[in-house]
Write a protein that binds this ligand. Structure first.
Ligand code: MF3
Ligand code: CO
Ligand code: CO
Length: 239
């Protein structure tokens, strides 16, 4: 339920991502929709002191961008990351959007990041191991010469926003924790055009690439099943 609602927010916000809109305005639209239309709670708001209801990460911002007065311009690439709480459970998902026509590099980075996420997701089933996911993500990303961010990872999720295990987006097959059916976790790779190193700005949240190169991220919340997986955060177009 929470997963589907989070995806619904992303389905809704797409048409609002236009030239001149501020990330603060996008935050307000999402907040109102989550609370008034979905009867849900925006999990980021006041989470460990995060001041807004969504994360908006533009261009070289890797993740955890804080919505502000800054207006989007043509060619901007933006990740919108939505986490909602419904009936006590969390659903967490993010997608990339573009303002107007993206650069060839931005479009390619986003596509490979999306594919890398799916390479990881497809490894998921009861008995598979966390290293299988990380290795699949990393292999696809690096085959296309993008780097995988190391300092942030996916996570277990449920009644708690971030819980064990950590889901690294790099690693070796047949290593790490064995997945069991009933577990829920996120796969949310961040890929950079340049090097993988990141830095946190003085606001304590905004993560940027150290070399200021472009970054992209996609995220789904996944339920592990006996025979494979169920993606809990598919949008209407994907189901
Ligand atoms: N949604 C992010 C994730 O994928 C976490 C955001 S934490 C916040 O894990 F406080 F920045 F909102
Ligand atoms: Co997450
Ligand atoms: Co998220």
């Amino acid at each position: 339920m929470a997963g589907r609602l989070a995806a619904q927010v992303l389905d809704m916000i797409g048409e609002h991502i236009t030239l001149g809109v501020s990330t603060e305005q996008l935050n307000t639209i999402c907040h109102t929709f989550i609370v008034d239309e979905l009867g849900a709670i925006p999990a980021p708001l006041n989470y460990r002191g995060f001041p807004k209801s969504i994360c908006t990460s533009v261009n070289h911002v890797v993740c955890h961008g804080i919505p502000d007065q800054r207006r989007l311009k043509t060619g901007d690439a933006i990740n919108i990351d939505i986490t909602v709480i419904k009936d006590g459970f969390h659903g967490d998902t993010s997608r990339m959007f573009f303002v107007g026509k993206p650069s060839v590099m931005a479009a390619r980075l986003s596509l490979i990041c999306f594919q890398s996420m799916w390479c990881g997701i497809k490894k998921i089933k009861s008995g598979a191991r966390l290293g299988d996911i990380g290795h699949a993500v990393q292999t696809h990303a690096e085959k296309h010469r993008f780097s995988v961010v190391r300092d942030f990872c996916g996570h277990g999720i449920g009644r708690v926003f971030h819980e064990d295990p950590q889901v690294l987006h790099y690693g070796q097959p047949d290593t790490g924790l064995k997945l069991q059916s009933g577990m829920t976790l996120t796969v949310e790779p961040m890929l950079n055009v340049g090097r993988h190193h990141v830095r946190i700005l003085s606001d304590g949240w905004t993560v940027v690439t150290k070399d200021h190169s472009l970054s992209a991220q996609w995220e789904h919340t996944i339920l592990v099943t006996e025979s494979g997986y169920e993606v809990l955060t598919l949008g209407t177009k994907d189901r």
